[in-house]
Design a binder for this molecule. Structure first.
Ligand SMILES: [Zn+2]
Length: 316
């Protein structure tokens, strides 16, 4: 399903579609609406129907319908892969050169590389490459991409998303039109939530608090709702005793997603600052342990005990 472009970002769509150059770099927090904006720009480039007042695509022409169905022939979307070195090396996210052009040590991690994709004529107006996590482009991949940005086959466009522009290779930044996508106000987030059909059993205030102005979080309401429920269960168990804590920690382990870390931080924002600081430290240690492939069962146990210590309940 396509992420919904927030009403508050419509003026950005106008700016983005008017931008000159072959590459657009959209920056802002992950889930902040950059992908929705990039897809709206792409939809507008290829729309053959009647476009809206703000330049939005019609939503009903063959190109728009293909995009909504998740099968548009002119769009290639790339994300970083998690690589692991040898042994217990930490996970590292990277977009390797093999994603952009055929490379010598190509392990065909990417089904289609960018050059191959762009050599084919567009089915509609323009082919586009959407790169999530442009800060994870390796130097070789960035160089190969630069050549394509300078002379894109068939007038292709590049839509680059990054959380932190300072982490993007400067030569890429300098050849892109930059737009920063600001967080939405809580009021705007509630309006966006009302436009979507989400799970009924979810407290809208809790969801909006966790989302912190990032509209694409609302597109994951069901997963976030589950994570919030499990985080609240774990938080309650901390005060019930050691055994309930270890049970709840094991339960967290078996369902763990990145949303759970956000849900935990959101659930314990009601705790006094010193306790919250201790809980945050315990969670950061858990995340580091998981990244370094430590034993998950043990890491969650340690996390549960550290969280009880942070609340000062283990000394009772
Ligand atoms: Zn259309």
């Amino acid at each position: 399903m396509l992420p919904t472009l927030p009403q508050a970002h419509l003026p950005l769509l106008e700016q983005a579609t008017a931008a000159r150059g072959n590459a657009l770099l959209l920056t802002g927090a992950e889930y902040g609406g950059q992908r929705a904006l990039a897809l709206a720009v792409f939809a507008a480039l290829n729309c053959t129907g009647q476009r809206g007042m703000g330049g939005e695509a019609c939503g009903v022409c063959p190109s728009c319908r293909g995009l909504a169905a998740g099968a548009h022939p002119d769009l290639l979307e790339l994300s970083p892969r998690e690589t692991t070195g040898t042994g217990r090396a930490a996970r590292r996210r990277i977009i390797p050169v093999g994603a952009v052009v055929q490379s010598r040590d190509d392990r065909r991690e990417y089904d289609t590389h960018v050059l191959e994709f762009l050599e084919v004529r567009p089915t509609y107006a323009r082919r586009a490459v959407l790169i999530r996590g442009a800060e994870f482009l390796g130097p070789e991949a960035a160089n190969a991409l630069l050549k394509l940005i300078e002379e894109p086959p068939h007038g292709a466009r590049f839509l680059l998303l990054a959380a932190d522009v300072r982490a993007v290779i400067p030569t890429i930044v300098s050849r892109s039109t930059r737009l920063s996508v600001p967080p939405l106000s809580d009021a705007a987030m509630h309006e966006e939530l009302a436009r979507r059909s989400g799970p009924d059993d979810l407290d809208p205030d809790e969801l909006v608090a966790l989302a912190a102005g990032r509209p694409e979080v609302l597109d994951h309401a069901a997963e976030v709702g589950t994570a919030l429920g499990q985080a609240a269960g774990f938080h309650m168990a901390l005060r019930e005793g050691m055994l309930p804590t270890l049970d709840a920690a094991a339960e967290l382990e078996s369902h763990w997603t990145p949303w759970h870390a956000e849900a935990l931080r959101s659930v314990w924002r009601a705790e006094p600052a010193p306790a919250r600081a201790g809980l945050d430290t315990a969670l950061a240690a858990l995340e580091r342990a998981l990244e370094a492939y430590a034993n998950p069962a043990l890491s969650f146990m340690v996390f549960g005990l550290a969280a009880r210590a942070a609340l000062g309940v283990d000394r009772a």
